[in-house]
Design a protein around this ligand. Structure first.
Ligand SMILES: Cc1cc2nc3c(=O)[nH]c(=O)nc-3n(C[C@H](O)[C@H](O)[C@H](O)COP(=O)(O)OP(=O)(O)OC[C@H]3O[C@@H](n4cnc5c(N)ncnc54)[C@H](O)[C@@H]3O)c2cc1C
Length: 243
């Protein structure tokens, strides 16, 4: 398998850096081809603006999404965007390694999503299960700093972590057609004696990455006018368990 790791942490000697290195070693040893896109090392530009295109379809008034459409047809994105898009096209699986910052990804990765997952490249005209990156898989590997996991559970102070991640997993990755593997979540204040067990869990998940379960998001055909049809209002998981 070709595996792209999009890595967003400013310090190589961090927990995130360690998890990235662990993934590279584990996947490479298992025979996968691995490319790391280290966004801080590249000083990846996080801000989407008119400088993202080598020519503009309408220089008078910037319509970013329309310029993405034009640039996708003509390969007139700047080289940093084209390089990331080419990595994505090469990859069977994309892993995103990052810490939760203010309940979401660091700005440098948000910028990657804005600029690389372009209209007419990653999605459009189809989206969700009809998105242009269908056939590929994605997985989040994240760390967070809450003092206990309960903070992110049902009724937790910080809200349900699945709902936080829906923003990325459903509205970015699945929106572009990718099947999303269940995330790996590392609680950064895990006690020392429990850490090695978590690292081993991650190694096992990586070794099984081709067969890891994906999140059972509903296909577009299950919706009508943006609403889930009545017959699908129990989760797919529950339906599977009942059948
Ligand atoms: C701007 C900002 C906003 C934030 N917002 C949120 C938020 O909304 N929600 C939230 O939950 N958290 C939040 N945080 C906390 C953040 O998610 C954590 O600080 C981060 O996930 C920790 O990951 P790290 O790689 O930076 O860890 P590091 O600081 O590198 O390490 C964390 C701990 O992991 C251990 N560790 C580090 N390296 C290794 C190694 N090689 N082997 C074994 N153990 C190691 C150490 O015990 C260390 O204390 C925020 C942080 C910032 C800076």
């Amino acid at each position: 398998m070709n595996i792209l790791i999009v890595y967003a942490h400013p310090e190589p000697n961090s927990l995130n850096g360690f998890l990235k290195d662990l993934a590279v070693e584990t996947l490479s040893a298992a025979g996968h081809e691995v490319i790391v896109s280290d966004l801080y090392e590249k000083n990846f530009k996080a801000v989407a603006d008119r400088n993202d295109f080598t020519e503009l379809n309408n220089p008078e008034k910037l319509n970013y999404i329309q310029e993405q459409y034009h640039a996708s047809k003509n390969r007139t994105f700047t080289s940093d965007i084209l390089e990331e898009q080419d990595h994505l096209l090469w990859a069977d699986i994309a892993i995103f390694q990052f810490p939760i910052w203010w309940t979401e990804s660091p700005a440098i990765l948000k910028g990657w999503f804005d600029r690389v997952l372009a209209y007419n490249f990653a999605y459009g005209p189809g989206h969700y299960d009809q998105g242009n990156l269908r056939g590929k898989k994605a997985m989040l590997s994240i760390t967070h700093g809450a003092s206990s996991l309960a903070n992110y559970g049902a009724y937790g102070l910080k809200g349900d972590l699945d709902e936080r991640l829906f923003n990325i997993q459903h509205e970015k990755l699945f929106f572009c057609g990718m099947d999303v593997i269940e995330p790996f979540i590392f609680h950064s204040s895990t006690k020392e004696d429990a850490k090695e067990g978590l690292f081993n869990d991650y190694r096992k998940k990586l070794l099984n990455i081709s067969n890891e379960p994906v999140i059972p998001f509903h296909p577009l055909s299950h919706y009508e006018k943006g609403q889930l049809k009545d017959q699908y209002k129990t989760s797919i998981q529950q339906e599977l368990e009942m059948s």
